[in-house]
Design a protein around this ligand. Structure first.
Ligand code: AMP
Length: 542
């Protein structure tokens, strides 16, 4: 027998409708491409997304067509998101830091019809325009600019489209499993693969993201998503922001520490999300300026392993809780988040600090498990020590890649993450490595994450990557690539000495190489593949 309760499909349009109706005057601030801050609110964002939905319909676009965006975190991008998905089209956010060949590859693979872009990316578009014939309309996210028109005569301007259309628009109702948005993985090996989210998965994910043991987002918060809207939909924060009716600060193109400290202090940000490299530069800038980041109560750190030193500095020097989480493009991204349980309250401060280094436990809605690295059908014990391949399933986890065959779903319906982890009896998961980044020395695994975390705690090291270098005797040995603080005289011997007593001596890197900088990808993560290509043979010539 079916129950007798109303059924309403979980649609992304319902989020913006809610925000407009119950939080209409709550501020949405946006740093624009020209550096200006514009003040808006949820009602205006909603009205503009309706105007744009009318504009898209007038261009003859139909549901399920892919509409691409190449843009920073700003209000027009947000309005485009709600207009596209709300109308039943698919919002394809593109990482502008991909190589031009990758950009044209994914625009063709997705078969995008429209490309919204911030003026910053005009040169990129002009460079690939001949390879993307499927794009029928280019829409510049701004007011009319002659210099854009001269270079791209067919361009339409976002502000003119809004001015020409009314707010009179009813969001269509459709099946909640309809595709809503599309993101491609960074594709460090092979071509990037598309992940196609549904309305249902996005709304459920937004609810989970807001829960107390995840980010505890509420209408009292001022949220700063530093993670780009093209990196797993800014981790779902623009949806969760509308759902909770919190105030939103969209940081635009300048994500350097100094600009972020200004935004946080000027607009009293209470919660921010981003990758560890962002927070490292924020902490350096805050210290240099004497800012205590007073309004911040918490920051969510994920996307790459967060060095414990960063977590500690946030908590002890800034009285701001740093919450470590784990996720992937394929998992929307929320997989786990590190929050304590009631039974942990009696632990000492040191014990709690230790517990909170890991990537945490899954919220309701996803489950995780470990499987043997050599025998894929054998489960690994969840004792906090045994390592295995991390697998996940749940309401917002990928089932199949867009345009590709499922190559990562196990026969019993789990997604294999490619990460190597431990899980303890309380469900706390600890990422040991990406399977491809693990260093196998004489048959024993060395975690590059652990080596990098130790290096990150050194006061004169700005950034460090541990890679596997080929070795005649041991197969592979760790090599540490280091960017030192400016004017530092740090030597290789001093770096190696810093590892003593912290890990077993056979795990200490064989070599330290100092470099000026380490390339970061569009999501702010170190591109370790390039480092392996460049330095993978250094120990062979030694
Ligand atoms: P992406 O889909 O590009 O966001 O990359 C997902 C991958 O980033 C995961 O499979 C992990 O290897 C890594 N990752 C994400 N969050 C963390 C974390 N907190 N600690 C360690 N690795 C992480």
């Amino acid at each position: 027998m079916l129950g007798k309760m109303m059924y309403q499909p979980l649609l992304i349009s319902s989020l913006i409708e809610h925000a407009a109706r119950y939080h209409g005057d709550t501020a949405v601030l946006s740093k624009e491409v020209d550096g200006q801050i514009t003040h808006s609110d949820w009602l205006t964002i909603s009205n503009n997304s309706k105007r744009l939905a009318n504009a898209l319909a007038s261009l003859g676009l139909k549901s399920s067509e892919r509409i691409a965006t190449l843009a920073w975190n700003n209000r027009r991008h947000l309005e485009a998101w709600y207009a596209i998905s709300g109308s039943g089209m698919i919002c394809h956010t593109i990482n502008p830091r991909l190589f031009p060949e990758q950009l044209s590859y994914i625009i063709n693979d997705a078969d995008d019809r429209v490309l919204f872009f911030d003026v910053t990316f005009l040169p990129l578009i002009l460079a690939i325009k001949d390879q993307i014939d499927n794009i029928k309309h280019f829409i510049c996210l701004g007011a009319r600019e002659n210099k854009v028109l001269e270079q791209l005569p067919e361009v339409l301007f976002f502000d003119e489209l809004l001015a020409d259309h009314s707010t009179d628009f009813e969001w269509p109702q459709f099946d909640e499993t309809t595709a809503s948005s599309l993101c491609y993985t960074s594709g460090t090996t092979g071509n990037p693969k598309g992940i196609l989210y549904t309305h249902r998965s996005s709304v459920l994910h937004a609810i989970a993201l807001s829960m107390p043991d995840i980010s505890a987002l509420s209408a009292k918060d001022v949220l700063l998503p530093v993670v780009p809207m093209f990196h797993v939909n800014a981790w779902g924060t623009p949806y969760a922001a509308a759902l909770t009716g919190c105030s939103l600060i969209l940081p635009g193109p300048n994500l350097d520490g100094d600009s972020l400290v200004s935004l946080i202090d000027d607009y009293k940000v209470t919660v921010a999300l981003g990758v560890p490299t962002i927070w490292q530069s924020l902490l350096t800038a805050a210290k240099a300026r004497g800012s205590k980041l007073e309004s911040m109560t918490r920051t969510i750190v994920g996307g790459a392993a967060c060095p414990p030193s960063v977590i500690k500095t946030f908590r002890e020097d800034f009285d701001c809780d740093a919450i470590h989480g784990w996720g992937m493009t394929e998992t929307s991204p929320l997989g786990t988040m590190n929050q304590i349980k009631a039974k942990h309250k009696s632990l000492s401060k040191d014990e709690i600090n230790e517990l909170r280094k890991s990537q945490g436990r899954p919220p309701y809605g996803v489950e995780i498990r470990l499987m043997d690295t050599d025998q894929p059908l054998e489960p690994v014990e969840e004792d906090g020590v045994s390592q295995g391949r991390l697998q996940i399933r749940g309401h917002w986890i990928i089932n199949d890649y867009y345009n590709h065959n499922p190559d990562a779903i196990t026969e019993d319906g789990w997604f294999d993450t490619g990460d190597i982890a431990t899980i303890d009896s309380d469900g706390y998961m600890n990422i040991r490595d990406r399977s491809k980044d693990l260093i196998k020395s004489g048959g024993e695994w060395i975690s590059s994450v652990e080596l990098e975390n130790i290096a990150a705690a050194h006061p004169q090291i700005t950034m460090a990557a541990a890679i596997a270098a080929a070795h005649k005797k041991w197969g592979e040995r760790p090599v540490l690539i280091v960017v030192k603080e400016q004017n530092s005289e740090l030597t290789e011997a001093q770096v190696l000495a810093f590892y003593e007593e912290k890990i077993a001596s056979w795990q200490i890197p064989d070599k330290v190489i100092f470099v000026e900088s380490i390339l970061l990808n569009g999501a702010g993560k170190m591109v370790k593949k390039d480092l392996r290509d460049e330095y993978g043979d250094v120990l062979l010539s030694a």
